[in-house]
Write a protein that binds this ligand. Structure first.
Ligand SMILES: [Zn+2]
Length: 350
């Protein structure tokens, strides 16, 4: 059972990133410089799509440091990231979807989504079961400004922050707030667009439901520095990191292939965790194999549909577009609900 560190972070102030770094460093016993490097790398990994602050939260989470906000501080939508607990936020109801019924082991449930916005961005609030009474009884309507107290944030099936109430509450407040314009992408500034592959352009952050049609028969990993995670170069028998010199190399998985959405196809590249998810094997398992190329003989994910989210770039050699995939999501709502329920069970045991 990991210890949850209750930390008090001040939002909306100039030095908030420094404070986050200080806190993460203290709780994770890593130096502030190490934490800073991890934050920079996280931003690079996500192609600059997250703010320094957002990246700091992700790094904190990866290191097992839970960064809780002080309950009376005002949180803006753009600062809401996955993993936050005890979220208080005031936002306007932009849109309410119809409730959907689902069936879980013979028990019926309800799920309903509300799109919220403030002047910094948009986020989805999901109501489950009795929580949908808030809408049914007219306590929350479109154009209302609502205050959420004690909510929490989970990733949606595209890995984007999704607000949930849990033991928290939502109530209408009598104030008016500015909201981002209608053209602003849904659910936050780094939210992907969703269009057909044939319409993808270089520089887009896109999301598409497509079939994984092939994986190229290439060496599925490369050597990285265990300290900074960067690619290392061979020097005779040794591996050398530009920053850390001679090191014992670790490995990072890389897979490339093609996805097709019925309207077009694009080359895709998966790194690290995303590649391991596609393959269903860890990089350690693959490195141990006598012939790592045998992994391509039987890949369950091939021919299946997923939601692929990532950045569209131009490959410098082929000059063709390719997507660097940041997340591979399951298509079905059932999977989403099962993860949610699993999470609830974990919460109840705590
Ligand atoms: Zn290094």
């Amino acid at each position: 059972m990991p210890i949850i560190f209750k930390l008090f972070i001040q939002y909306n102030c100039m030095s908030s990133v420094e404070k986050l770094i200080e806190t993460i460093s203290k709780e994770s016993k890593k130096s502030a410089d190490e934490v800073k490097t991890m934050i920079e790398e996280k931003q690079l990994e996500l192609s600059g799509l997250v703010s320094e602050e957002g990246a700091a939260y992700m790094v904190g989470r990866e290191l097992g440091v839970s960064l809780l906000k002080e309950s009376n501080k005002v949180l803006k939508v753009e600062n809401i990231v996955t993993g936050l607990r005890s979220v208080d936020v005031t936002a306007k109801v932009v849109k309410i979807t119809d409730p959907r019924e689902f069936d879980k082991k013979g028990k019926k449930g309800l799920v309903q989504n509300i799109l919220l916005a403030d002047e910094t961005g948009r986020i989805r609030l999901t109501l489950w079961n009795d929580e949908t009474d808030l809408v049914k009884n007219g306590k929350i309507k479109e154009d209302d400004v609502i205050k959420i107290t004690g909510g929490y944030v989970r990733p949606d099936n595209l890995g984007k922050p999704n607000l949930m109430l849990g033991k928290g509450k939502a109530e209408k407040v009598n104030e008016d707030i500015e909201v981002v314009s209608d053209s602003y992408p849904d659910f936050g500034r780094s939210q992907s667009k969703s269009s057909h592959i044939s319409a993808f352009k270089v520089g887009d952050y896109q999301s598409t439901r497509a079939c994984l049609v092939q994986l190229f028969n290439r060496r599925p990993f490369y050597e990285v520095c265990p300290k900074c995670g960067k690619k290392v170069n061979a020097e005779g028998e040794d591996w050398k990191c530009d920053e850390h010199g001679k090191i014992e190399a670790s490995h990072k998985m890389i897979l490339s292939g093609t996805i097709d959405d019925g309207f077009g196809n694009i080359r895709v590249v998966f790194f690290g965790d995303t590649a391991e998810k596609v393959l269903g094997k860890s990089v350690e398992e693959v490195v141990k194999l006598k012939d790592p190329l045998t992994i391509y003989e039987n890949i369950e994910a091939l021919g299946n549909e997923f939601i692929f989210t990532g950045s569209v770039k131009q490959n410098t050699f082929t000059e063709k577009n390719e997507m660097v995939v940041n997340s591979v999501g399951n298509v079905n709502l059932k999977g989403e609900i099962e993860t949610f329920i699993k999470d609830l069970n974990v919460k109840n045991k705590n």
